[in-house]
Design a binder for this molecule. Structure first.
Ligand code: PRP
Ligand code: URA
Length: 213
């Protein structure tokens, strides 16, 4: 459906799909669910990382001086959308351990499905940084779209959105509201049910991660 859209990247990788299938199973417990979300986030960071610009610096190996490329890790900001995004931020930080971390607290109102903001804490100078916004679920897209707008209002210019499971409706909303932001997702599912949960999806990600079912 989004194959021709250069802003939408569905990973479609056998290892990622294998891990996601385990997350989807209802019998997978919180401990395994969290571990799998973290592992998928690591693999997604590798894929998103193809966009990163490394700088050349001079280094010395035990044998010679040479110019080689390196990333300015501290220039990256991982931003989990609370709560469920926390399960992914650990995976991103395993790959970029010196990255900074910002937090956005949002939850969906159960009746209206509209995002309600309750927390925000960001590092300074967002306009100069590369932001990796992580949330396992892109359902209606309301939460991620609101988070991205909040970050743009604070000056953010370079943002990547990373979600594990996305509904077509959520992807369409992000493309409409934020056509400048690349979307990385492990899978694009069929759609939403009457409660705006992704089908087949994996259920309520926050509850499964934190055992609050
Ligand atoms: C989930 C999920 C997203 C949002 C997706 O969070 O982690 O943030 O729903 O739905 P949307 O695309 O329709 O906005 P939830 O509101 O359940 O909060 P939680 O992470 O605190 O459990
Ligand atoms: N939030 C979730 O946790 N799961 C969904 O399927 C939709 C929103």
């Amino acid at each position: 459906m989004f194959e021709d859209n250069e802003m939408v990247h569905e990973l479609n990788h056998p290892i990622v799909t294998h891990k996601l299938t385990q997350m989807r199973r209802k019998e997978t417990n919180s401990k395994d669910f969290r571990a799998l979300a973290e592992e998928i986030a690591m693999l997604m960071t590798y894929e998103v990382g193809k966009n990163f610009q490394a700088q050349e610096i001079e280094i010395e190996t035990p044998l010679a001086t040479c110019r080689k490329k390196i990333l300015d890790e501290e220039n990256f900001v991982v931003i989990p959308i609370l709560r469920a995004g926390l399960a992914m931020s650990g995976g991103v930080l395993k790959i970029l351990p010196a990255a900074r971390v910002g937090h956005i607290g949002l939850y969906r109102d159960e009746k209206t499905h509209q995002p309600i903001e309750y927390y925000s804490k960001m590092p300074s100078n967002l306009s100069e940084k590369i932001l990796l916004v992580v949330d396992p679920m892109l359902a209606t897209g309301g939460s991620c779209s609101a988070a991205l707008q909040m970050l743009k209002d604070k000056g953010a210019k370079k943002i990547f959105l990373m979600c594990i499971v996305s509904a077509p409706q959520g992807i369409k909303k992000i493309l409409a509201d934020h056509p400048d932001i690349p979307i990385y997702t492990a899978a694009i599912d069929e759609g939403l049910n009457e409660n705006a949960y992704i089908l087949p999806g994996l259920g309520d990600a926050g509850d499964r991660i934190f055992g609050t079912l």
